[in-house]
Ligand binder design. Structure first.
Ligand code: NAD
Length: 297
């Protein structure tokens, strides 16, 4: 396929490289002038769209995506599929798709999980929203860049799935960190607690696969001095998006709101650039405060 790829950052560059290695003719564009070996270089976003059968975007946020769509929608030929893999808010994702569809294009929102490692290894998971026809066109490209894709529903459903998943992850990681911090202060050995929890009703991905305690469980960022992994500020971004969506949909998410507040405090207190599981030493350094829901004392 002739593929335009816009946004060649930490995620976009390896994803585009994998498409080129698989034999697709990929033209790349990044506003920062980044180049990726194996890709033709476009002079503008519109150039990366014109004459291409698919255009993939991997950009920082919704307002930027909307500006890029203002350029690429008029430039793309009829029937082109626009695939946005950025993590953005649901409202902007739906508006971008509506703009594309009104111009006779196909649109899919397809945020990913798996991080930079998954992008490099081609093992990402795609959560897709859009029409059946749009998904069918995008699916062969997902199969190159990832190991799994799920068609979650119409436009915006991919972003909705992504922020719901990451809201669970943020809340569960905080719960796991609180339990291990409490265990430490109770004199309970973290390894024994892992042995119990990982095979009991408290088990979850945050314990079993990504344990925030160094030296315990499968290798995780905790074993690498909390080098990300999944950086705390990216978790904060997703928790904020979940709160925006909850406000917009009038949904009660009290723990999601609390998780966003806790990650905001952690990022402000030196968590930026550390893995999101470094919430453990952050919490362990604090004292109990009666009735203090946000853990800051
Ligand atoms: P990044 O900052 O490394 O890359 C974004 C790129 O977009 C940059 O190179 C930037 O120059 C480019 N860009 C910005 N505005 C542009 C424009 N108008 N036209 C063309 N290019 C433009 O970010 P990233 O880590 O690659 O993340 C990209 C997206 O993927 C984000 O939405 C992020 O939330 C999501 N995501 C990231 C991870 C991760 O672990 N890094 C994991 C899952 C999802």
């Amino acid at each position: 396929m002739r593929v335009g790829f816009i946004g060649l950052g930490r995620m976009g560059a390896p994803m585009a490289r994998n498409l080129a290695r698989a034999g697709h003719a990929v033209t790349g564009y990044d506003v920062a002038g980044l180049a990726v070996e194996g890709l033709a270089r476009a002079a503008s976003a519109a150039d990366a769209a014109a004459g291409h059968e698919a255009v993939i975007t991997m950009l920082p946020d919704g307002p930027i995506l909307r500006r890029v769509y203002d350029e690429i929608v008029p430039a793309a030929g009829p029937g082109t599929v626009l695939i946005d893999c950025s993590t953005i808010d649901v409202d902007n994702a739906r508006a971008a798709a509506a703009k594309a569809e009104a111009a006779g294009l196909l649109a899919v929102d397809a945020p990913v999980s798996g991080g930079v490692g998954g992008a490099e290894a081609g093992t990402l998971t795609f959560m897709a929203g859009g029409s059946d026809a749009a998904y069918a066109r995008a699916e062969p490209l997902f199969a190159v860049m990832g190991k799994r894709s799920v068609h979650c529903g119409p436009a915006g459903a991919g972003q909705a799935a992504k922020i719901c998943n990451n809201m669970i992850l943020g809340i569960s990681m905080i719960g796991v960190c609180e339990a291990f911090a409490l265990a430490g202060k109770l004199g309970l050995d973290a390894g024994r607690l892992f042995d119990v929890v990982s095979t009991s009703s408290g088990s979850c991905w945050s314990v079993n696969t990504y344990c925030p305690v160094p030296g315990i469980g499968p290798r995780s960022p905790a074993d690498d001095d909390y080098w990300p992994g999944f950086a705390a500020e990216l978790m904060l971004k997703d928790l904020r998006l979940a709160q925006e969506a909850a406000r917009s949909a009038d949904a009660a998410t009290p723990l999601g709101a609390q998780a966003a507040a806790l990650y905001e405090a952690f990022v402000a207190a030196g968590g930026r650039g550390r893995d999101f599981s470094a919430m453990l030493p952050h919490l362990a350094a604090q004292q109990h405060a009666a009735g203090d829901g946000n853990g800051e004392t």
